[in-house]
Design a protein around this ligand. Structure first.
Ligand code: CS2
Length: 511
């Protein structure tokens, strides 16, 4: 019996998909590209591209997406051969729902040089750009939000503005080309989890523009907009099992499958430079101020993920859902959020923060979402400011306990320290500050106060006032001591067992 190889997803297969797979609700052949997206990873495919697909099905318009990657992976290996089509799975425990998304009309690889990206971004047809380039893509100093002038790509781009490598350098150059040719406005919408993401993007691009000294900064101020946004959906990196699953369940091959949870949210600051895709018609919310939403999401959902990732790895657990299934870790993270994080949140229009905590914890239990703790632990130096340190600073400002949040910060330190050779390279890590922290571990050895002091002195992460706070230093140092011991979970157990009112007395004691 001969078994033909399954067909690969592409336009020719759209009309013949199994009935259980939803397909684009519009004629894709008529779709024109009106916006670009920088950083086509799993998150974009499962979030903004899905909203756009919804929008095109509701009100067909000019908003096809050109997907651009300036870093690996090469889109020519995944979405390219499929004409931008891919299967988006939504998974909740044993339930799976499949849909082919059609909003990405073209993909462009620009890893070797920025020229292909610049050609798209400077085109008069492109009126809107969205970005998911990860926290470190902005090349900013996490503690201050300013452009990192020591970053090698920034050093390069400031000297070679016409051949940029970094996201800020590429965007500044594209805007310069727009100014010099057609002069049409552009909205640039950051969809990464950094605080005030639009403001940070604007700052880093403006720093470049000002150095050009050719009127670019003024042109950008008048013709570009950088709204901030809060984006949310848990979408782990796709695995071979996701690809194989589509083949087994639906009978076709798809090299760009993406799998996420049912929940999704997108809150966008309404500050646009020209025509705007009406994502508000399909579930997104346009608001005047994103700040309360972004604080809620980054401190609660992301704060919980980060905490579970570090403590989860230290406990030998693989995924977020494994950490949530651990009674100690789930109790710890709930107490941390309820007792320490929640009181730092400002009222959020239309949302109840306590209910949001419970909903977030529920989402993290989803066993079908195989979100690896090591994936979330990646680039922690770029994440802990907004997820942990900002709430800590707010708590300290009100002389409130930070005992539980400090265990999470110490978890991040312990994770990087144990990846150093001095501590047996327990796992491979990826973080721009991994080398620096390994150096501190080499120099300090098992001297935990020296280790903690060395890391707290990294002022790109810890602003000096916070690093000097006695209560914070003591809490982090003591938690780090425990987490580096043979029984790291004893520290978590102790922190959890201490009654809240005793923790609340802590500031008074150390004052
Ligand atoms: C995660 C986020 O890897 C990470 O840092 O915390 O990607 C998270 O899953 C999303 O922000 C959820 O919206």
């Amino acid at each position: 019996m001969s078994t033909a190889a399954p067909e690969t997803l592409g336009p020719a297969l759209l009309g013949r998909l199994p009935a259980t797979v939803q397909r684009p609700g519009y004629d894709r052949a008529l779709l024109k590209a009106g916006m670009a997206h920088l950083g086509v990873g799993a998150f974009h495919r499962c979030h903004q591209a899905e909203y756009t697909d919804d929008l095109l099905a509701r009100t067909f318009g000019r908003w096809g997406v050109v997907g651009i990657n300036i870093r690996p992976p090469a889109l020519a290996d995944t979405l390219g051969p499929q004409d931008g089509l891919y299967t988006r799975l939504i998974r909740q425990d044993s339930h799976v729902e499949a849909r082919v998304i059609g909003s990405i009309v073209r993909v462009v690889d620009s890893q070797a040089t920025a020229m292909p990206a610049l050609e798209v971004l400077s085109s008069p047809d492109i009126e809107f750009v969205t970005l998911t380039v990860t926290e470190k893509g902005y090349c900013h100093v996490p503690a201050s939000g300013a452009l990192d002038l020591d970053h090698p790509d920034i050093v390069h781009d400031l000297a070679n503005a016409l051949t940029p490598r970094s996201v800020p350098g590429i965007l500044a150059r594209a805007l310069e080309q727009r100014m010099a040719t057609h002069g049409r406005p552009l909205t640039l919408l950051s969809c990464d989890n950094i605080p005030a993401n639009g403001t940070i993007l604007e700052n880093v691009v403006r720093t470049f523009a000002e150095r050009r000294g050719n009127g670019l900064a003024g042109w950008i101020a008048a013709n570009a907009a950088f709204p901030s946004a809060m984006v949310d959906r848990i979408v782990p990196a796709s695995t071979q099992a996701d690809l194989d699953g589509v083949e087994q369940l639906f009978g076709y091959r798809d090299g760009a499958v993406v799998a996420g949870e049912p929940f999704r949210q997108w809150v966008i600051e309404q500050k646009f430079a020209g025509r705007t895709p009406r994502w508000d018609l399909v579930g997104a919310t346009f608001v005047d101020d994103v700040t309360p939403f972004e604080h809620l999401k980054m401190r609660v959902l992301n704060g919980a993920q980060t905490t579970l990732s570090y403590l989860g790895v230290l406990a030998g657990l693989e995924h977020t859902s494994d950490a949530m299934a651990d009674p100690l870790l789930s109790a710890f993270v709930r107490r941390m959020l309820v007792e320490e994080t929640l009181p730092t949140l400002k009222p959020v229009p239309g949302m109840d923060p306590s209910a949001y905590v419970e909903q977030s914890l529920g989402r993290l239990k989803n066993t079908a979402i195989r979100h690896r703790n090591h994936q979330i632990a990646t680039d922690g130096s770029q994440k802990i400011v907004q997820r942990l340190l900002n709430p800590i600073r707010d708590r300290l400002g009100e002389a409130k306990s930070i005992a539980l949040l400090s265990v999470s910060v110490a978890g991040w330190m312990a994770y990087l320290i144990q990846a150093s050779s001095r501590f047996g390279r327990r796992w491979p890590v990826s973080d721009p500050y991994a080398g620096k922290i390994a150096g501190i571990a080499e120099a300090s050895g098992r001297d935990v106060p020296a280790l903690a002091a060395g890391i707290l002195a990294i002022d790109a992460i810890f602003d000096p006032a916070l690093a000097a706070n006695d209560m914070f230093r003591k809490a982090v140092t003591s938690a780090l001591d425990g987490l580096l011991s043979d029984d790291p979970m004893a520290t978590v157990r102790r922190a959890c067992a201490q009654p809240a009112d005793e923790r609340l007395k802590q500031p008074a004691r150390s004052a």
